[in-house]
Every structure is written in C-alpha cells, then in structure tokens.
Write a new protein. Sequence first.
Lengths: 561, 231
Amino acid sequence: VLNVITFHDWRVVPPRHPHLTGCVSTNLETFRCRWNVDYFQNLSQPGDLRLFYINNKPPHAPPKEWSECPHYSTDRPNECFFNENHTTVWAYYSVQLRSKDLAILYDENRFNVEDIVQPDPPVGLNWTLLNMSLTGAYYDIMLSWKPPRSADVEMGWMTLQYEIQYRSVTSELWEVVDLVKNTQRSIYGLQTNVNHEVRVRCKMHGGKEFGEFSNSVFVHISSKVSTFPVVALFIFGSLCLVAILMLVVISQQEKLMVILLPPVPGPKIRGIDPEILKKGKLRELTSILGAPPELRPELYNNDIEEQNDTLTDLDTDWLMDHSLSSNCSPLSVGFRDDDSGRASCCDPDLPSELEVSPFHPLTPTQILSKEPSCPAASEQSTLVQGSTGVEPLFVAPSREALYTQVSGVRSSGNVLLSPEVDKTTNEDSEKDMTEKEKEKKAFQLLVMNADDGGYTSELNAGNMSPRSSEGDMSERDMSDHSKAGEDLSSSPSPSPYYKSDTSSMSALAPVPVYTMVEGVDTQNSLLLTPNSTLAPQMINQKSVPTPDGYLAPDLLSSVTL
Amino acid sequence: MWFSSGMQRAVWAVLLWPYLLTLCIPLVCKEEQGSLTRCPSISQEKLLDRVIQHAELIYRVSEESCSLFQEMFVPFPMRLQRNQAGYACITKELPIPSSKSEIQQMSDKWLLHSVLMLVRSWIEPLVYLQTTLDLYDDASEVLLNKTKWVSEKLLSLEQGVMVLIKKMLDEGMLPTTYSEQGLLHNDGQPEMLESVMRDYTLLSCFKKDAHKMETFLKLLKCRQTDIYNCA
C-alpha cells in the first residue's frame, strides 16, 4: 500500500510539476506514455520518475498491485512503452507518475487503449492529373496514399479514415476535404500556375483524435492561359442575346400574342339582335323568325362553306353584339376567323338590318372550333349548344333582355312578347326578368324554330304562359327544361308555365302547349298554328336520347310539332 | 456544460447521416422476424459485409452517445474516475481475449459466438438505459434518439449474426437466451450523481463491447477473403 499525497486537481499544481503529456497508441496493439519534467531538471535522469499502471483485466479481480512500466524507452527520455504483452485492448488502464521513492504522485491518467489511438501518418502520398478545364485555368487531380505500416488494416484490426488538407502555398488557410475511407480522393478546381500543398492524416474509425500529418506533397501545373477575355466574352455575349430577345419580344408583341394565344373565333351563330328584342320591335323579330317551310332543309346544313353563304343578320354576331362594346380585347380586332369567314366576335362588320332568313343551323363543331376571345362570346357559344343542363349563360349584363318570352299569341296571330305584356300584366314580371330567365326565354324563342338542333330541348317554347312573378318558377323551369331535354317524347305535360297564374291570359285565346311557327307575315309577326291538336303529335315523337337535351340536326326531322 | 440549441442542431445534423446510411443497408431479409430460414437470397459475403457495416455504425453511434453524455451530465472532475470500484463493466460468461494475438488464435466459430453473446448481453441493458435517460431532465433529443437507434440496430445485428452462424457454421438456430446482465453498482440510494455515473459507465462499457464486436467481425471477414494474411 502506497502512502502518497495525491494531487487530483492538477490545476492547483504549479505548472512546472512533472506531468504526463499523454498516452498514445498507434496501432491498437502497443502504446506508450510520455511525461514532461519542465523545469525540474534534476529529475530528468532516468529512473527519477517512475510510471505505474494497473489494469482491470480481468474484472473483479482483487485489487491488484501497481506494476511498473515494462519498458522505459531508450530512444527517447521520459517515455514508457507498453508492448503487446502488456497491452490489453478493452481494459481500463490507470497510470501514475511518481517520484523515485514513490512518495510523490505527480500525475495520474486513466484510459482505454482503444480510446487513445492516434494512427501514424499515411505514407506514399501521390497525385495524378485527372483533367484540365477548357480554358486551361483549372485542373483536377487524383490523390492516392497508403495506410501507415503500423496499422493493421488488411486484417481489419483497424479501420482508418483519412482527411486531406490542401492549400496554395501563399495562403495560410488549409482547405479540408471530408473524411474518406478509401486510400484515394480527387481534388477539383485547383488553379494552374499556382503551387499547391497537400497533406493527409488519418484516425481510427470511431476514434476521436487524428494522427500526425503526412509529409506534404506539392502540386504544380503551369499553363498559358488568359482567362479574362473568355469570361468577359461569355458574359457580354449572353447579355447581348438577352437584350436581342427582349427587343424581339417587345417589338413583336402583338404577333407573338397571336402565335401564343390565338384568337378564338366567334360563334357562328348570329342570333337576334338584342336591340330588336329590347325595343320590342316585333316586326323585325318576326321577319327573322319567319321562314317558309321549304327553307328548312337549309337549316340542316352543317356544311361550313355553305354557312358562309347564308350568313345574315342572324349570325351570332348579334348574339355577341353586346360584347362589342364591352369585353373585347383590342388585339382580337383585325384578326379573322378562318373557319367562318367572319371575324371574331369583336369584328364589327355585321349587317345591321334584319332580313328574312332561316336560322343558322347550329353545330357544335362550329361553335367549338374556336373559342371567342371575348369572354361573353364564349359564354354564348356554350349557350347555343343547347344544353339544358347549362344555365343559359347568355350574358348581356348591360341589357335588360336579349331574349324574351312569348307571353301570348293574339288572335291576330301576333306574338306577344313579355316586355309588351308587362305593361298590361304583372309589374313584377319585369322584376323577374332576370338575365337568367330572359335567356331561358330566348332559348325557348329560338327553339320555336324546332328544326334547329340547338334548341330542341326547349320544345315547350310554345308555351304561352306569362312569366310569373314567382321567383321560384325559374328554378322549376330549369329543372323542367332539363327534363324536357332528356325526354322529348314527354307528353306535353303541363309545363310549369301553366302553373303560373293565367289571369293575364284570360283575355287571350287558349294557347296550345306547343305550336308551330308557320311563318312570318308581312308585318314581321309570327304566325303560329293555333291548332291545339298539334300538341298530341308531341307524344308520337320518339324519345331521342340526347346529352343534356341537345338534339342533333338529323334527329330534328323526327321532331315535329 | 449544456449544449446550446444551436449546437444541438449542428450536432444533430452532422450525426444524422449514419441513419441515412442504415436506411440504405437493410441488414437481413425483412421477413425473418420469426424464422431465420427464409433468407436464401443473400449471399454469405454480402451478409457478412452488412453485419460489419451494422457493427461499425453501432460502434460509431455508441461512441458519439458516450461523448454526448459525458459532455452533458458528467462533471469534469469525474470524467477520469470511470471504472472505479463501483462501476466495473459487466461480466461475461465467455472470457474475451483482449489482445490481437489472442484474438487471432480464436476460431471462426468462437468469434461468431462471442459476437452473438455480446450482442445479446446488451439488448436489455440498452432498453434499461433508454428508460433511465428519459428520466433525465435535460437529456437532449439527439442523445435519446441515438440510444434508441442503437438498441434497435442491435436487434437486427443479432438476427444477422444468427443467420450468419447458420450459413457459415451450418448450425441450427440458437435459442435466444439473454444472459443475465447487470452493472455492479453500489447498493444505496441512487442519487443523481450515482445514476449519472452508472449510466456513463454503462455507455462506455457498451462502446467498448461494440468495438469488440466490430473487430471480431472484421477479423472474420479477413479470414474469409484472404486467410494467409489474416491468420
């Protein structure tokens, strides 16, 4: 039992005291401990300081005695070397530095051998050129080395990780490359004509401390290159290109817009001029709607070319008329719609007077071929598809009534449109003339020319009931429209219009559910067949399956009123 | 010495990549939770490589956990006082050699069985360590995640080694008996410092054993590839 004065807190100990500088193992098989005597030169004689150690292998052994250093190094002073026989890797060592007479404990240290590993530096550092940059200003090298001889890497006893550092000799800062396990690594982007210094060190995998650095290797490649013009040229060239591109884009903005966003052709249908409806000019209206039966085959014509010939004031430009003033983009003006021979919705070359002419047959192909650029036009084109599921998107926000409802037929054969009736009947009906309802009526009105495929779903257009003041009628109307559209053979069940109050109709003759427009008389008023026996003919009509109530024109012939 | 939150994040980020690595290295066939016979596809070499990778990672992470724990909880003067009488590392049933020469003399079978025994002996203590670490007020997320990760990977390492034993040694399945494992600590009131030191010792002992596992496996691999240089 050693009776000693222990100095555990060596901060209190004056720094000149001999102390252990560290115990280091290079290969996990041996280790050495070194100490420093500093100013105590009188202790520098060998044997003046002694090292004792103890390790707890095996554990639970009774407290063992301290053993002295197995071998004090001869090649250098103040070092104790533990060879393989005295080194147990996974054991815990305690090492003490004592005076010769063991009376004074100068220093103490505790460690596991695997924790104090600092491998020797790698050897054989070498580099090869990988490639040079195009300009000759930079190059890449591949660095290779070998693990230190002392470390038994082949057996797997030690696994090493390497760290490369390089710098140009002029700079003080070392660039550090990430740890690698292989014995080679590439370095990219070294400058030519600059002297570089490279060095490697390693540590054990999972270990804390690195070993010493290897000897540095110098890398130098010279080349003749002037880097400045190339870079400047590239930058200048790209800027010029960008500027030219911008100029092109800006100057050709309009054309580019056409290419990128081609204008949508307007709808091919010219409906009724809303002005006519608004002002209640029935004469013009009847002239529009009136058509001798022999002209009907023309309505079936889906031919695009022929449509060009039959363009009249019934072109859909009328439908789109309102959009002229509002939402047309200026760009679309002047661009012609090739399909129809007409301009787009915004082209103002429309005949202003009304002529007797059949309706333009509607075909989805025409309508859908190009979308009008004006948003209102697009809505109208969808309108004329005749889909009853679609709300009459006929938009005329600025107008009160593009279409109206036939509220009655006078005995003279004149068709009463609801704006006219409003004066005599409910004031509320005008209020109810929301755009939606009016559009519906317009739907119905157009469908009265029953051969027109687009509007066949509105076969109850012949319904003469006035627009009721009840707001919910519109809902029912819509739903019934869809019903009617789906099943054209539905009996002339009382349309909701019938449910409206017919008080206003008392003055009028009893009207059939459906009727046929026989023609337009000279006064441009509708000539309707007052024969109510026509209604049952509806029953005979076969049920035509239509998507959303849309009838193809070829099916129209089967539809008779 | 407590980690600032910024340091924690940095440590977390730096030490995250082992997890990514293990995501790419499924140790053995996944379906072998119950039976070990359904892994015919993986070759022995590949299996051994993967087992070694696992062991390396486990050692690395355990070393990091030990350092983290030491930084956080162990007072500075106590750091050298590890492994004092009260905190010896656990005993093993099999004597484990501690020098390279001794290990080189061990047979493949012995190596594999030692590894398996080591792995099994640490499964429960790590679980215990997890629970105790949760009790610490300031245990960082990083540390907890690391210990949790290690105990999970230890389980897959065990399975890998069992498959390896079956493939290399053609032995049957070994019963999964967990040897009694425990720290020898003083019986007494577990004060904070006591428990800290106990856990610290646990971590460092585990680190040591993880290094042993890794070394044994690597020696095994060396023998597989080149018997002359390794023996």
